[in-house]
Design a protein around this ligand. Structure first.
Ligand code: ADP
Length: 433
C-alpha cells in the first residue's frame, strides 16, 4: 500500500511515524497531531513502517499492535535493533487494554502504551510527554517473564510464516512445472506439421528458384521465397523451445568429436558476414589456430557460439566492433566474444542466462536475430549455457553497465575443457553457475 505523508507548513514540532492498517484511526491521529504542528507519516504495515522509519527518521513512532504479517511487538523489537531507533520513543497505540498486553509491549521495546479509542483532549499532551522523555516502567522480573513470552510468540509466528511460504513455494513449483509441460507439449505438437510444411515450402522454393523456371512466374517465386523464409524462422523458434526444454530436463544429447574451434568460429562468422556489412559492424577474429582441439558436439557448440555472436551483433550499434579471440588455459580453452555494444548492468549478469529472460522492454521484441536491440524469446543464452554446461564448461559475462549513449561493451567468456569429463573452474569474478 502507498503511504501518505502530510506536510504542514508549520511542522515545527517534529516528525511522527504512525504504523497503522486502519485508515479511520490513521486519519484521526493525523488530524489531531497535524493541528498541533507535527508532521505525520503513515505506514500501513510493518515492512513499510521499517522502510519509512529509516527514510524519514521520525522523532517518535506510534505503533498499532494488531498488524498483518509482522505485529507491532515484532516491528518494535526489529526497530530497537537498528542503531537509529534504540532510544527514540516508540509508543504502542492499540484497542487491546489488558495489563498483560501492556507489559508485553513494554518488554518488546515500547516506551509507552496508549489505548484506543484515544482521548482526543489528552492525546497531544501524552505524545508531548513521551517526546519529553517519559518512559513507562516495567520491573526487571516482569520484563524477563514477558520477554520469554514475546520470544515464544515470535518463534510460533515464524513457524507459521515458514509453513505458509513452503506451501506457496510448492504451488509455484507446480505452476512452473505446468508451464514447462505446456511449452513442451505445444512445441512438440507444432513440430510435426511444421516439419512437413517446412519441407514442402523448401521444395517449392527450389522449384521456383531453379534456372529453368518459367520467368512469368517471377511474382509467385517471390511469394514462395517469402513463405519459405517465414516457415524456416517459425521452425527455428519451435526448435529453440524444444532445445531449451531438453536442457531443462537434463536430456540434451551430446555427440562428441574432436573439434577445432577456429573452423567452427569461422563457419559461424560466415553466416553473419552479410548483416555485418549491412550494419557496418567490423568483425575481428583473432588467431584461433593455435588452440588445441577439444572434445565436443559440433552442432551444439556451433549453436552456442552463434547465439553469443548474434547477441553481440544485436546489441552493438551500427559501426561498432566485435572481437572473437581465444586462449589456451591449463585444462581447456577459453573463447572470448567482446563487443562495443550497449552493455549489461552487473545485477543482471546472472539473470540473462535464465530462460525467457530479456533485459529491456518487451516492445523491442523482434523475430530478427540481428536488428539493433531486437529482443528475441530470451532463450538464446539459456540454451548456450545449457550446451556449455553439458560440455562441463562455464560461461560468464563481464560488462560494467548498460549505456546507450556511451556504450561500454560486453565480453562473454566461454570456457571449454579439452576433455568433456574434466571439469575445471577458470578464475573469474563474475560467473554463471
Ligand atoms: P534472446 O534469445 O532473446 O536474444 P538471450 O537469452 O540471448 O535472449 O539474451 C538475454 C538478454 O541478455 C537480452 O535480452 C539482452 O538484453 C542481454 N544481452 C545478451 N547479450 C548481450 C550483449 N552482447 N550486449 C548487451 N546485452 C546482451
Amino acid at each position: 500500500m502507498v503511504s501518505r505523508r502530510l506536510d504542514t507548513t508549520q511542522s515545527t514540532r517534529g516528525r511522527i511515524l504512525y504504523i497503522e492498517d486502519d485508515s479511520a484511526s490513521a486519519h484521526l491521529v493525523e488530524r489531531i497531531l497535524t493541528n498541533q504542528g507535527y508532521e505525520v507519516t503513515t505506514a500501513w504495515d510493518g515492512l513499510e513502517g521499517i522502510t519509512r522509519a529509516n527514510e524519514d527518521r521520525p522523532q517518535l513512532i506510534l505503533m498499532d499492535i494488531n498488524l498483518p504479517n509482522m505485529n507491532g511487538h515484532e516491528i518494535t523489537t526489529r526497530l530497537r535493533s537498528l542503531p537509529n531507533f534504540s532510544n527514540i520513543p516508540i509508543v504502542a497505540l492499540t484497542a487491546n487494554n489488558s495489563p498483560g498486553n501492556r507489559k508485553l509491549a513494554l518488554a518488546a521495546g515500547c516506551t509507552g502504551y496508549l489505548t484506543k479509542p484515544i482521548d482526543v483532549s489528552r492525546f497531544p499532551q501524552q505524545i508531548d510527554d513521551f517526546l519529553q522523555g517519559r518512559v513507562e516502567p516495567l520491573s526487571p522480573d516482569e520484563k524477563q517473564i514477558h520477554l520469554e513470552k514475546h520470544a515464544q510468540r515470535m518463534v510460533e509466528h515464524l513457524e507459521e510464516k515458514v509453513r505458509e511460504l513452503e506451501a506457496v513455494n510448492k504451488r509455484l513449483q507446480q505452476l512452473d512445472q505446468l508451464k514447462n509441460d505446456f511449452i513442451v507439449l505445444v512445441s512438440h505438437e507444432l513440430r510435426t506439421p511444421l516439419t512437413l510444411i517446412s519441407g514442402y515450402s523448401h521444395l517449392l522454393n527450389q522449384i521456383f528458384a531453379a534456372p529453368e523456371a518459367d520467368e512469368t512466374q517471377e511474382p509467385v517465386r517471390e511469394l514462395v521465397s517469402g513463405l519459405d523464409t517465414s516457415v524456416q524462422r517459425m521452425r527455428d523458434v519451435v526448435l529453440e523451445i524444444i532445445n531449451v526444454s531438453r536442457i531443462t530436463a537434463g536430456i540434451l544429447e551430446i555427440v562428441p568429436t574432436q573439434l577445432k574451434l577456429h573452423k567452427l568460429v569461422h563457419k559461424v562468422c560466415q553466416k553473419f558476414e552479410h548483416v555485418c556489412q549491412e550494419r557496418a559492424l567490423a568483425l575481428h577474429i583473432g588467431d584461433l589456430k593455435h588452440l588445441p582441439p577439444i572434445e565436443g558436439d559440433r552442432e551444439q557448440l556451433e549453436l552456442a557460439i552463434r547465439n553469443v555472436l548474434s547477441n553481440a551483433i544485436k546489441f552493438t550499434p551500427d559501426g561498432g566492433h566485435i572481437y572473437i579471440v581465444g586462449r589456451r588455459l591449463e585444462h581447456g580453452v577459453e573463447l572470448l566474444v567482446r563487443d562495443t555494444g550497449i552493455g549489461i548492468p552487473p545485477e543482471e549478469h546472472a539473470r540473462i542466462f535464465e530462460q525467457f529472460y530479456m533485459l529491456g522492454p518487451i516492445e523491442k521484441h523482434s523475430t530478427s536475430k540481428v536488428s539493433f536491440q531486437g529482443g528475441g524469446l530470451g532463450l538464446g543464452l539459456a540454451i548456450t549455457k545449457g550446451i556449455v554446461k553439458a560440455h562441463n564448461g562455464r560461461i560468464w559475462v563481464e560488462s560494467q553497465r548498460r549505456d546507450l549513449t556511451h556504450p561500454p561493451g560486453s565480453t562473454f567468456h566461454i570456457f571449454l575443457p579439452l576433455q568433456r569429463s574434466t571439469r575445471q573452474k577458470p578464475k573469474s569474478s563474475i560467473q554463471s553457475d
